[in-house]
Design a protein around this ligand. Structure first.
Ligand code: SAM
Ligand code: DTB
Ligand code: SF4
Length: 370
């Protein structure tokens, strides 16, 4: 086994990222084999349980209310609908359901209670349950753990420096603090980011420094390629080249040998050969299902055909860690604290976010006139 290091520097990671490709692939594939079954790929299904209307200004996100995008917003999905979707996901070979909500942070109250019920319901289907609900306090993380949550997704998204160019309404330290709160429980941490937002290779390495120096490192790391959605500040970003994705996956695998590296948003733009190279470079998880949260994803049957061609097998649930126990709400040790924590709002000005917001205002005014 290669050692797990928590002291990677940006310079070291840049050197890895920029290696001649064949050497990079060979090194990453060797490390992958030491720590994982190279033919096993974990399959997660995303479920947007609350869509759109978000207060934040994340420059990549079609769900931010201030931009004008073509998505359909929804209130919180009922538990029974979530259960039906989870059963469908299980039948199509998924071992994990990841529920996403367009929230800045979790607020104690009836909606969070519903989410806890969703977690209990899916855990009882013997599937891994993941949530991505924005910032969480320690008490909220503990309540999720008690309900049987397996993983919490909270991405750093980019380097601390480039994060400031993309988001002004929430701070990097808040993200790290949320990850810290999840770490105080038995819930595993899923944290990664996005490439293709106009960041430099130094920023990509910076993000990997931030992730790999966490101790313990995240159990899973999604690598998203930006899906440039019309109306968002990043709508004009060029798609990332497959080579960049392969390099990013390989570098992630090398600095975080035990982490499940997830090929996430952006797979519709990737060829099957490109995805195969990402699996060779150490990716061992995907999001499956014809939709991510609001944007398209490859057809699940096509994914399964690709798995067959490559001899890959979907991983069984709880392969890496035992299934958590679900405590019913009546037996809960924790009470809602009605918290309104002081998560920061840096609120600096990001020109392209301001422009997208102004454009959205104009479009809305025009639509009103019609
Ligand atoms: N609202 C919560 C939050 O921001 O933490 C959870 C949902 S949010 C949509 C989850 C993650 O999806 C983001 O952190 C970002 O990494 C990713 N994401 C959102 N929009 C994306 C896009 N257009 N392309 C690629 N990844 C995206
Ligand atoms: C993650 O890193 N990627 C997923 C999941 N975690 C929540 C979300 C991707 C969203 C892509 C844009 C959309 O479909 O809205
Ligand atoms: Fe809201 Fe999350 Fe989208 Fe940011 S990424 S706008 S917090 S849903």
């Amino acid at each position: 086994m290669s050692e797990i290091r928590h002291n990677w520097t940006k310079e070291e990671i840049l050197e890895i990222y920029n290696k001649p490709l064949m050497e990079l692939l060979f090194e990453a594939a060797q490390i992958h084999r030491l720590h994982h079954d190279p033919n096993a790929v974990q399959v997660s299904t995303l479920l947007s349980i609350k869509t759109g209307g978000c207060s934040e200004d994340c420059g990549y996100c079609p769900q931010a209310a201030r931009y004008h995008t073509d998505i359909e917003g929804n209130d919180l999905m009922p538990v029974q609908v979530v259960k039906a979707q989870a059963l469908r996901a299980k039948a199509s070979g998924s071992s994990r359901v990841c529920m996403g909500a367009s929230w800045r942070n979790v607020k104690d109250g009836p909606e969070f209670d519903e989410v806890l019920e969703m977690v209990r319901t899916i855990n009882k289907l013997d599937m891994e349950v993941c949530c991505t609900l924005g910032m969480v306090t320690e008490n909220q993380a503990k309540r999720l753990a008690e309900a049987g949550l397996y993983a919490y997704n909270h991405n750093l998204d980019s380097s601390e420096e480039y994060y400031k160019e993309v988001i002004s309404t929430r701070g990097y330290q808040d993200r790290l603090d949320t990850i810290g709160n999840v770490r105080k429980t038995n819930v595993t941490v899923c944290s990664g980011g996005i490439i293709g937002m106009g960041e430099s290779i130094e920023d990509r390495a910076g993000m990997l420094v931030a992730l790999s120096t966490l101790d313990p490192q995240p159990e899973s790391t999604p690598i998203n390629a930006l899906v440039a959605v019309e109306g968002t500040p990043l709508e004009d970003q060029k798609p990332v080249e497959i080579w960049e994705m392969i390099r990013m996956v390989a570098a992630t695998r090398i600095v975080m040998p035990e982490t499940q590296v997830r090929l996430s948003a952006g797979r519709t733009q990737m060829s099957q050969e490109g995805q195969a190279m990402c699996f060779f470079a150490g990716a061992n998880s995907i999001f499956a299902g014809d939709k991510l949260l609001t944007t398209p994803n490859p057809d699940v049957n096509e994914d399964m055909k690709l798995f067959q061609k490559l001899g890959l097998n979907p991983m069984k649930p709880f392969t890496k860690k035992v299934q958590p126990r679900t405590v019913e709400s009546a037996d809960s040790e924790f009470i809602a604290q009605g918290e309104n924590p002081k998560w920061t709002r840096p609120e600096h000005k990001i020109d392209r976010n301001e422009e997208a917001k102004a454009k959205a205002k104009e479009i809305r005014a025009e639509l009103k006139e019609k």
